[in-house]
Design a protein. Structure first.
Length: 567
């Protein structure tokens, strides 16, 4: 036990947070086990780190800050090198003339302050931040800098153009030894995306910068960007990996990359589009292991899961999944197919594009350029005598008519529609020209869904509902008034966001005899919705409130995802 630890214990005792008896016990254990005092207090749940730091900040007259929403400017970033920042575990916070303010987690570390004064040749002011926040800030602003600097040392102007004129632009052989640093840099971007649980990588050329962003749990986060001068080389490398034409920069292109990252096989769906300052690239990361998790991991409560499993086990009819782009419709359909994929069933899908390669399932890629459209593919696969058909999306009358006819001739059909809620899918099919009797006879159920961020299990803690939150709830205020909800305060497992992973909100609309008669009469979506709720359908917001009270997500997440749900 150090003298600093002894001093901290005395300060904590003065503030009444530890007793004299506890101090004697803590001294003995910390000395015997040679552990940090702060680590011991946190591990044994005697105090939280935030409580300790607040007491020390108050005692020393220092400011306690949060680094979560602080953006370090380039000038501030350059004032402290990566070596100094990582060695001393500090983050530059503010700079003014000859003084720099640093964030550190130990206000008693006077040696560090003295060393920084000499190294930076500036006066040093200190603010206090948690160790987790400092770690995340270092990872955000300094994580790949060392690796990138090492690689950039080997890059010259001759290595910028990966594909030279006259070479086969779709061949991997266009990469030479001189391109190795660029290859490593692209691999590093993919590796960091995987480590951060990103679902998408966005490479976006701007006027004076080449922006790299990761979509994590549905939210975009900007990360350290490579120099603008490497833009064309990085884009060329990605296009080579995705078997695209490097020379074609005027038209959008689509491709696919298969990579092995840390022993995990991943597919990446790559899309390019010409923009003002170069080609913008989005890489969608597809992890097949997510599909193996099954229906429970999608976020169903047990009652909804039983209902849904019963619907997808039917022998015929159409089951639709609706929602906006990015709401998880395709993932839900793939999870359904994985659940019902048995040796005695033949399953064929028609998709544009094929996102996941599923074992034991025949998957057809739509290719409009050669006439293999959704309707053409559907007509052909029905002659293959499948039990189950999955259509990526019903986009037109012809596709919808073939789907309904297939369901009425003994096939179970799955597909998606872009509608805001479940009952609107019925009026959408009627609007595109499907006869009411076909819709009423073929549709078994429609499920609308949204994705919400789930609270991190490692930093979950109680959260009281505030009056402001109750005011926004409207009809749901009484349901949550007096409830103790949950929230995440942020930890190293969730990069201080308080969220880890996503779950679904579901609205299951079952077509019964009464609803069928209403479809024959072409009633409005709002009338169908009222009747569905009378029959027991829970809306997206109602399902969200159940997940809030169960401690799965937060009120803000549900309100954000269900802004259009006014019930």
């Amino acid at each position: 036990m150090t003298s600093n630890d002894d001093y901290v214990l005395e300060i904590l005792k003065e503030h009444g947070t530890v007793s004299s008896e506890q101090i004697e016990s803590i001294r003995g254990i910390v000395t015997q086990e040679s552990v940090s005092l702060v680590d011991y207090l946190i591990k044994e749940d005697i105090l939280k780190e935030s409580d300790i730091l607040e007491i020390l900040a108050s005692h020393f007259g220092m400011e306690m800050v949060s680094l979560r929403d602080v953006e370090i400017t380039p000038a501030l970033h350059d004032s402290v090198s990566v070596d100094i920042a990582r060695k001393y575990r500090i983050v530059p916070y503010f700079m003014n003339d000859d003084t720099i303010t640093i964030a550190m987690s130990d206000p008693l570390d006077y040696d560090t302050v003295d060393s920084l004064r000499l190294l930076l040749k500036k006066n040093i002011d200190c603010v206090i931040a948690s160790r987790d926040e400092i770690r995340v800030a270092l990872d955000k602003y300094y994580a790949i800098e060392t690796a990138m600097e090492t690689m950039l040392d080997n890059i010259t102007d001759n290595t910028v153009d990966v594909a030279m004129a006259g070479q086969d632009s779709s061949s991997e052989e266009t990469a030479t030894d001189t391109d190795a640093p660029i290859i490593k840099l692209v691999s590093l971007i993919m590796l960091e995306a995987y480590r951060n649980r990103a679902s998408d990588i966005h490479l976006e050329p701007m006027e004076k910068k080449f922006k790299v962003r990761y979509r994590i749990d549905g939210v975009l986060h900007e990360v350290d960007s490579p120099p603008k001068r490497l833009q064309s080389a990085i884009i060329s490398r990605v296009k080579i990996m995705a078997s695209m034409k490097i020379s074609e920069k005027r038209k959008p292109q689509d491709g696919r990359i298969q990579v092995n990252i840390l022993g995990r096989e991943l597919d990446m769906r790559v899309s390019t589009i010409p923009a003002s300052h170069g080609e913008s690239i989005v890489m969608r990361i597809l992890d097949k292991q997510n599909l193996a998790l099954g229906l429970p991991k999608l976020g169903f409560f047990s009652d909804d899961q039983q209902t849904f499993e019963r619907l997808i086990a039917l022998s015929d009819g159409i089951n639709l999944v609706t929602g906006p782009t990015g709401s998880g419709k395709t993932t839900t359909l793939y999870a359904c197919l994985s659940h019902i994929n048995k040796p005695d069933r033949k399953i064929i899908t028609v998709e544009d594009p094929v996102e996941y390669q599923l074992s034991g399932i025949n998957q057809v890629q739509v290719r409009s350029d050669i006439g293999l459209t959704f309707p053409a593919a559907l007509r052909s696969i029905l002659r293959q005598a499948p039990n189950i058909v999955m259509i990526g999306e019903i986009r037109d009358k012809e596709t919808a008519n073939i789907a309904t006819e297939a369901s009425l001739t003994g096939h179970l059909v799955f597909s998606t529609l872009h509608t805001n809620d479940a009952p609107s899918a019925i009026t959408r099919l009627l609007d595109i020209g499907v006869k009411p009797f076909l819709v009423a006879s073929s549709i078994r159920a429609v499920m609308a869904q949204r994705l919400i961020r789930a609270i991190c299990e490692h930093c979950k803690e109680p959260h009281e509902v505030t009056p402001a939150e109750l005011k926004t709830l409207g009809n749901f205020a009484e349901q949550l008034n007096g409830s103790t909800l949950m929230g995440g305060h942020g930890c190293n497992k969730c990069n201080l966001s308080g969220f880890h992973g996503r779950k679904g909100l579901f609205e299951i609309f079952i077509i019964n005899d009464e609803i069928q008669r209403m479809i024959f009469e072409k009633v409005s979506a709002s009338t169908l919705r009222i009747k569905a709720r009378e029959n027991g359908m829970r809306t997206l917001r109602e399902d969200g409130m159940r997940k809030v009270t169960a401690g799965i997500t937060t009120l803000d997440e549900v309100m954000r995802a269900t802004m259009g749900d006014l019930d």
